[in-house]
Design a protein around this ligand. Structure first.
Ligand SMILES: O=c1[nH]c(=O)c2ncn([C@@H]3O[C@H](COP(=O)(O)OP(=O)(O)OP(=O)(O)O)[C@@H](O)[C@H]3O)c2[nH]1
Ligand SMILES: [Mg+2]
Length: 201
């Protein structure tokens, strides 16, 4: 089977990408398979900038095409925070539970109608000597007062998806993979490649 390299060390993302690319006949490799590669410092101020930074650094390092995902949660009542700092919101150790606790703390007393939020996902596809492509996907929701469900990763237990009537962490992986920011971004990347007469290989 052909493979696609995703420049991520996040196990939750890796699992989702595996399932999202399998129907396209593509096996996913991630940086979890390349332990020797160091983390790319995410110095950008937008999801797109960080996705490009990660994709181009790793593509140049490996000498092949790679896709990077920079994603996160934007909460309106927090003026868009945690945003690009989603992974390390409660500290550099990137602890999902502490990140959730920090968000719930900051939103204490904020009524349901003002707890609107969205997941964002920028994907960048880079290949040495070629122009880098970027796409952006979102998923709208609101922040719950407490955790619900155990699936997914990150902030999924406190992210309520109105259209599904469930928290993201209550959705089965194939349900999340139909509506997520990541799924929406991949659909856009597929469209872009198709328009150019290219594919993922
Ligand atoms: O509940 C969630 N469901 C999701 O579907 C999701 N997607 C992203 N996030 C959050 O945003 C950070 C990404 O930050 P990020 O793009 O820098 O990735 P990362 O540092 O974890 O790994 P890498 O890909 O950079 O190696 C993650 O850690 C999570 O906190 C999500 N939370
Ligand atoms: Mg990161």
């Amino acid at each position: 089977m052909e493979s696609v390299i995703i420049a991520t060390k996040n196990k939750g993302k890796a699992k989702e990408f595996e399932k999202l690319f399998l129907p396209k006949g593509l096996v996913v490799k991630t940086l979890l398979d390349y332990a020797e590669i160091e983390d790319v410092e995410e110095t950008g101020s937008t999801f797109e900038e960080n996705a490009i930074l990660k994709a181009e650094t790793i593509a140049n390092n490996l000498g092949v095409r790679v896709i990077a995902d920079d994603s996160g949660l934007e909460i309106d009542a927090l003026e868009g925070r945690p945003g690009v700092y989603s992974a390390r919101y409660a500290g550099s150790e990137k602890n999902d539970e502490n990140n959730i606790d920090k968000v719930l703390d900051e939103l204490q007393g904020v009524p349901e109608s003002e707890r609107t939020a969205r997941f964002c996902c920028a994907l960048a596809m880079a290949e040495p000597g070629k122009e880098t492509l970027t796409v952006f996907g979102t998923c709208e929701g609101r922040i719950l007062n407490e955790r619900r469900g155990t699936n997914g990763f990150g902030y999924d237990p406190i992210f309520y998806v109105e259209t599904e009537g469930k928290a993201m962490a209550e959705l089965a992986s194939d349900e999340k993979n139909k509506i997520s920011h990541r799924a929406n971004a991949i659909r856009k990347l597929d469209d872009l490649l198709q328009k150019r007469g290219e594919s993922h290989e």
